[in-house]
Write a protein that binds this ligand. Structure first.
Ligand SMILES: *[C@@H]1O[C@H](CO)[C@@H](O)[C@H](O)[C@H]1NC(C)=O
Ligand SMILES: *[C@@H]1O[C@H](CO)[C@@H](O)[C@H](O)[C@H]1NC(C)=O
Ligand SMILES: *[C@@H]1O[C@H](CO)[C@@H](O)[C@H](O)[C@H]1NC(C)=O
Length: 337
């Protein structure tokens, strides 16, 4: 439901015509196009929210390297580059999300991040809608911010108390495109979907990265993964979008069942199809009015009380059209506690 574009990564090249990035931006060199603007317009026409990734630091910028040499006591780079560009991005493109990065070398007093965030939330044109992450200073991540990313590919072991997002990459070895990537280095569709399910069960959002080639192409192997995920969501999205964590997040290490909820409805998403074709759910407490269905399958499923606790659900034979990918099926439970 949202897309995040890298407006500028650590090397400093801006994907829009930044007036303070002379000859190192996408209008002056490369495509000669406003990529940040064009993608934003395309997404808005489809009602998809638009986030902008932005790196505070720049690996090779002499102004930054000077400030760093001065122990971050000078702020020339921040005042001449970082801040003007952040304000420019907000005023021009009105992003729904600012995904800040490159924060870790310096304190918030160097980055001036509190001053920027105060403006963003009090006075900017997106003050009532904007969301930010947690990478705004060397000790901010996982402590301060809008929602938390914590580390890249962060996986909490228990339900976090603060809204969070897992960011990860289809190419396990890179966030950028690598022409020498190997198939076995990529996440397959099952691992992507099961990671999404686990993230959402823990109350997180899932942000999945693909690196475009230098020509701006998303290579077919990435397209295929994204389309599979979309197909799965087409059937199972009801258990994902706008869901809330349930009282229990996960049970059964062997079969791995993950829970989400919406109002009084509980969704149990199982990662592998049990060999004995009967799924046991231990955590939900059934009642006489309990009803079980499977998303994508029109008939009601039979169930019985398990001898100890929970439900036993004989699984139906599914025609191939109900199995968009070989992973992760959703049982919708009504009338359980
Ligand atoms: C940096 O922060 C200070 C104090 O919060 C503020 O007065 C100043 O305008 C800020 N400068 C920039 C370039 O954001
Ligand atoms: C970072 O934040 C944590 C938690 O707020 C605090 O305990 C720690 O002292 C901080 N470290 C630095 C270097 O500021
Ligand atoms: C896990 O699920 C499988 C299949 O439904 C079942 O046979 C097994 O007993 C379950 N294990 C536990 C600990 O509930």
């Amino acid at each position: 439901r949202y897309v995040v574009l890298t407006s500028k990564h650590h090397e400093g090249y801006t994907n829009w015509g930044s007036p303070v990035s002379w000859n190192w931006n996408s209008m002056d060199v490369g495509p000669h196009r406003d990529l940040v603007g064009e993608l934003g317009q395309a997404l808005r026409e489809r009602n998809i929210r638009y986030g902008l990734y932005h790196s505070l630091l720049e690996w090779f910028n002499p102004l930054y390297l000077d400030d760093k040499k001065n122990g971050f006591k000078t702020q020339n780079f921040v005042f001449l580059k970082t801040m003007p560009e952040l304000y420019d991005l907000v005023l021009r493109y009105k992003p729904d999300l600012i995904w800040s990065d490159g924060d870790w070398e310096a304190p918030d007093t160097y980055w001036n991040s509190t001053s920027f965030l105060a403006w963003l939330y009090n006075d900017s044109p997106v003050k009532d809608t904007v969301v930010v992450n947690d990478r705004w200073c060397n000790n901010c991540s996982c402590h301060h911010g809008g929602y938390y990313n914590c580390a890249d590919k962060y996986k909490p072991g228990t339900l976090p108390q603060h809204k969070w997002e897992m960011c990860t990459s289809i190419d396990r070895r890179s966030w950028g495109y690598r022409s020498n990537m190997q198939l076995n280095e990529l996440m397959d569709e099952s691992s992507i979907i099961s990671e999404l399910v686990q993230t959402v069960s823990f109350g997180g959002n899932y942000l999945l990265n693909v690196g475009p080639t230098k020509e701006g192409v998303i290579v077919p192997v990435f397209q295929e993964r994204l389309l599979s995920l979309g197909k799965w969501l087409g059937v199972n999205g009801e258990a994902i979008y706008a869901s809330k964590p349930w009282r229990v997040q996960m049970e059964n290490i062997t079969n791995s069942v993950w829970y989400t909820s919406k109002g009084s409805t509980v969704y149990a998403i199982f990662i592998t199809w049990p060999e004995e074709k009967v799924l046991k759910l231990s955590s939900p407490i059934p009642s006489s009015s309990t009803q079980v269905t499977m998303l994508g399958f029109s008939e009601m499923l039979k169930w019985e009380k398990a001898p100890d606790k929970g439900l036993l659900i004989p699984l139906p034979f599914l025609p191939p059209s109900v199995l968009p990918v070989q992973c992760c099926w959703t049982l919708k439970l009504e009338g359980v506690e």
